[in-house]
Design a protein around this ligand. Structure first.
Ligand code: ADE
Length: 280
């Protein structure tokens, strides 16, 4: 019996279709996988709600256990019952070079060294907090003035780093030296903000990193109830509300950027200025 073979072009076409279908499904799976890592900012009438990933251990949000020195110890969130000893350490951002993120605020546009930047994360939270009346335009104007008054010598990035070399005790010919990196913490009843000096990853010198620290017992589930003391589920996200009780914490976070470096100070003033312009 003779079988009917498709034309060679037809076979090629079918092979391409299969390849495309495979590629699209892999891509979709990948996007769905990465989706929970996105920081999402929304409003619900009287609060700005931030959704954060709980299990993105290599990303910008990490779960840590309190430690006496304040630096915290990173833990495996799915293997530990997360309770009042634990907090989220969020390397919050405030700008982005494009509008491709769900937490961008395209109304806030400014330039840094000739490059266009859009408000992101902290900028969006403050923008929405002003729209909801959690922060007033007076609060922002006052903060801009405070940021202007920070003397250049006070920027944390210009603080000297100490390296202590021990003169005695070179074990096996290895000279021991200890580097001391400063950390600055502002504590509030609803969380704390830290500035940590870190060695630059791709350049010479140190950079001041700002971290927002949110205690696990202030963190909520999707329905707004407190999260139970249990280990993290795979790809779990949690929520933190900025409301009337903790809106001043936002000014502390902005102030931390203002203290971190000359560049962050300038950016913070630019962003607050833009939010004021859009609020009038
Ligand atoms: N630039 C943007 N976000 C930052 C952060 N959290 N720390 C330091 N620099 C930043």
């Amino acid at each position: 019996m003779q079988t009917v073979k498709p034309f060679p072009q037809m076979r090629k076409f079918i092979a391409i279709l299969f390849f495309l279908a495979f590629f699209v499904s892999v891509q979709r799976g990948f996007c769905a996988d990465a989706d929970y890592k996105q920081v999402i900012i929304s409003t619900n009438g009287d609060a700005v709600r931030v959704r954060l990933p709980l299990t993105d251990v290599t990303g910008k949000v990490r779960v840590k256990e309190n430690s006496p020195n304040g630096f915290g110890l990173a833990i495996a969130p799915s293997k530990t019952s997360l309770g009042k000893k634990h907090y989220l350490e969020w390397q919050i951002g405030y700008d982005i070079p494009n509008t491709n993120s769900p937490s961008v605020v395209s109304e806030i546009r400014f330039t840094r060294n000739g490059e266009t930047k859009y408000g992101h994360e902290l900028s969006k939270i403050i923008f929405e907090a002003v729209r909801l009346g959690l922060l007033s335009t007076n609060d922002l104007a006052r903060e801009i003035e405070a940021l202007k008054k920070i003397p250049a010598a006070e920027f944390e990035e210009s603080q000297p780093i100490q390296i202590e070399a021990e003169t005695n005790g070179a074990a096996g010919g290895f000279q021991r030296a200890i580097q001391r990196l400063p950390q600055f913490t502002k504590t509030t009843p609803h969380g704390w903000v830290q500035i940590q000096l870190k060695q630059k990853q791709h350049a010479v010198g140190y950079q001041a990193m700002v971290y927002v620290c949110l205690p696990m017992n202030e963190v909520l589930t999707m329905d707004g109830s407190p999260r139970k003391t249990v280990p993290a589920r795979s790809k779990e996200t949690v929520y933190y509300d900025f409301n009337r009780d903790n809106a001043a914490f936002l000014l502390d976070i902005i102030h931390a950027f203002g203290l971190a470096s000359q560049q962050h100070n300038e950016d913070a003033r630019n962003i607050l200025g833009k939010i004021l312009e859009t609020a009038h």
